[in-house]
Design a protein around this ligand. Structure first.
Ligand code: CP3
Length: 371
């Protein structure tokens, strides 16, 4: 096979009856189907590092943007178009489902989210409501607008927090270093812990269904803080809940991306949830992470977001290294290992998107059958 052109449409792949549009490139990769090139998008691609977002933030709070579908859709679309990515993640926040459950929160400048009356007792858990998920319909309305705008050009990602990560925000009342309150409930009042996870799943299922019906092609479940758990604690206290949510969303007919950071020791267990795609952070090489996940799953990652501050030559080295480690195997979605941080130079993010779009593997494994 002549390797110079095998990666182009219609040459090495059977695409004649199955043309790859930009949107389906991303969804196909989630399902480990062959694609003409690796799809790319960025965690936190819409945010403060972008002037257009900062301009809107001058006049609206984060929650206001989330609750006004026109604004949320505009922020989502602007970021995706400016970067030239294959997928758009809906502009929303992990914490939004807390409100219909009965917990007030706010985002305090520089401090992240603060939940006013954190969940600490059995009674607090019992008081949480699960019957008002439809109040999150504003997220679905924004997705609908984004879907109408992009049609099939881009993949549209809906998202929610994973049960463990959302529970940790509800119990700690914000970000945490040691998750003492969370783990205390987990170990000492396991019944309340399980009831809490059940209630979270009940709300998230409805929330994800709203998003899928509105046009989300894929749902990403953010278990951002799951890396705080030992493997045993993950198995005993978090795995079942994640698995239930993953399966429930898949039953809605869309692939699921299950994301976490500092998860090197948890990857194989996380893959056992059955998620289609597992997020990888940058702390281990992509091929090692993929091996731990198992090649029966797709993976997403894994550039260090802070590498976006490096000189362009170093960025390019790291991007190509990741693409080479993926080795043309179907089921790699290029992304960062965690979100873009506020002072990141936009032009470097654009440059990475371009590098991925233009990358062609020498000696690519197009069949996807070899190890
Ligand atoms: O393009 C996008 O990804 C933007 C949409 C988005 C936001 N939050 C908007 C946001 C997404 C996907 C999230 C998910 C989210 N929110 C996660 C999971 C992702 C991850 O990073 O692991 C988490 C843990 C949260 C909770 C949260 N929201 C925190 C900890 C913070 C403060 C951190 C910070 O950067 O200040 C937020 C605020 C937030 N959510 C911002 C944005 C763009 C920045 C604050 C602002 O605009 O005022």
């Amino acid at each position: 096979m002549h390797m110079e052109n095998v990666n182009e449409k219609g040459s090495g792949l059977e695409l004649s009856t199955d043309t790859i549009l930009d949107g389906s490139r991303f969804v196909r990769a989630c399902l480990r189907r062959p694609v003409d090139r690796t799809p790319v998008w960025f965690l936190r691609q819409a945010g403060r590092y972008m002037q257009e977002y900062r301009d809107i933030r001058k006049h609206h709070t984060l929650v206001e943007i989330c609750k006004q579908p026109d604004l949320a859709a505009e922020v989502t679309i602007t970021a995706a178009e400016k970067l030239g990515v294959d997928a758009a993640i809906i502009f929303a926040d992990l914490l939004l489902p807390l409100e219909p459950m009965g917990l007030d929160f706010e985002f305090q400048a520089g401090e992240g989210p603060v939940v006013h009356h954190p969940v600490r007792t059995a009674e607090d858990v019992r008081a949480l409501r699960t019957d008002r998920a439809d109040e999150l319909a504003y997220v679905a309305a924004a997705i609908q607008k984004v879907a109408r705008h992009f049609k099939d050009q881009l993949g549209i990602i809906g998202f929610c927090g994973a049960p463990y990560t959302l529970a940790s925000y509800m119990i700690e009342g914000g970000g945490s270093r040691n998750y003492i309150h969370t783990k205390q409930m987990m170990y000492r009042d396991t019944l309340s812990w399980r009831l809490l996870l059940d209630k979270i799943i009940t709300v998230l299922e409805q929330y994800c269904r709203l998003q899928v019906l509105a046009g989300a092609d894929v749902i990403q479940i953010f278990d951002s803080w799951v890396g705080s758990l030992s493997l045993s604690d993950y198995r005993d206290y978090a795995f079942e809940a994640s698995k239930r949510l993953v399966r429930a969303v898949q039953a809605m007919g869309v692939p699921v991306i299950y994301f976490g950071v500092e998860t090197a020791g948890l990857l194989s267990e996380m893959a056992s949830t059955g998620a289609d795609v597992i997020g990888l952070d940058w702390r281990q090489p992509l091929d090692e992470g993929w091996r731990a996940v198992g090649h029966g799953h797709a993976v997403q990652g894994n550039l260090d977001p802070i590498t976006l501050f490096a000189p362009i030559e170093i960025i390019e080295q790291r991007v190509k290294e990741i693409l080479r480690l993926a080795n043309g195997r179907p089921g790699h979605i290029f992304n960062l290992g965690h979100g873009i941080v506020p002072t990141t130079p936009v032009e470097n993010v654009q440059a990475v998107a371009k590098m991925v779009r233009e990358f062609r593997m020498e000696g690519a494994n197009l069949e996807g059958t070899n190890a």
